[in-house]
Design a binder for this molecule. Sequence first.
Ligand code: M6R
Length: 364
Amino acid sequence: DKGNHRHFMQKEIYEQPIVVAQTLRSYLQRFEGQIVLPIPEFDLSGIRRVTIVACGTSFYAGMVAKYWFEQFARVPVDLDVASEFRYRAPVMEEGGLALFISQSGETADTLAALRHARSEGQTIAVVVNVPTSTMAREADLLLPTHAGPEIGVASTKAFSCQLAVLAALAANLAKAKGRLSESEERSIVRQLAEAPAAINGALAYDESIEAIAGVIAGARDVLYLGRGTDYPLALEGALKLKEISYIHAEGYAAGEMKHGPIALIDENVPVVVIAPSGPLFDKTVSNMQEVQARGGKVLLISDYDGVEAAGEGCVATITMPKVHPLIAPIVYAVPVQLLAYHVAVAKGTDVDQPRNLAKSVTVE
Ligand code: M6R
């Protein structure tokens, strides 16, 4: 039932404040200011390396997590798409945690990768949305998202819930490694607890995002740029757009532009720049200015300070609430999803059932 929404995708985008809150309930003890795992006795202290494997949008959630695990827990992280991981010869040492992320819990390549990692003696953690799925059953450490059934082929609410769980896992690992003080832990709990309200704040910009969808809808090619955890978001934005609007889109690390893709830039290629204000902001903005200097039309997604500082000269800006860097990927997922959604609606494509795609890819 779509309720009063036009598509399941739109409904699922709007469910995010609730389902992220629902998901976080299993991972945060708000009053104690503590981050916990659904299996509290699970000991992460011996983990020396994390291998993250997934496909599609779940892979991009894993890519954000890599930044977090390295930053908070100082644990080395390998990351790969499942279809590559299973056919190369990945080196997994003893004491490793292999982490699989999947909405459905049935994706064939991810499942095969999980079984391979098991045969290599890894501890298997699974972030999964369907609790009865095969991956959920095969996990040593089951980390559920509580997004509820996701019907739209384009993954939205599962992604934000995956990020919420992964942030909690990164903090737990940091804690187990003795790298998180009590006050740091309390502060992470506070930031994560603010995510649902911040997502609501982002949803409030829906109409202004709809109003600028035309900039993208007429394009043949679109680039998305970001740095740090906004780089996987750029990849996710490009995936969402190509998947439902059939417009060719690529995500790039902002700093990679001058190593090739900037050759594509002219007034016909809109460039979506994801750049919340923060330590990486100036770097991304200078890449953005290189694009503008070549006639590229920039659509900037930032917060009030960022738009104030760098919005001039952009064809459009989307202003997000100002949030802590930890929850920024969860919040900035929203405008990226809404933009793809409105472009697809403007183009009249089948938003919930895009051509050639299945909700769950159970063949390799
Ligand atoms: O069920 P999974 O999370 O394992 O699915 C992985 C991908 O097939 C999925 O994320 C796909 O890329 C989505 N259609 C993206 O919107």
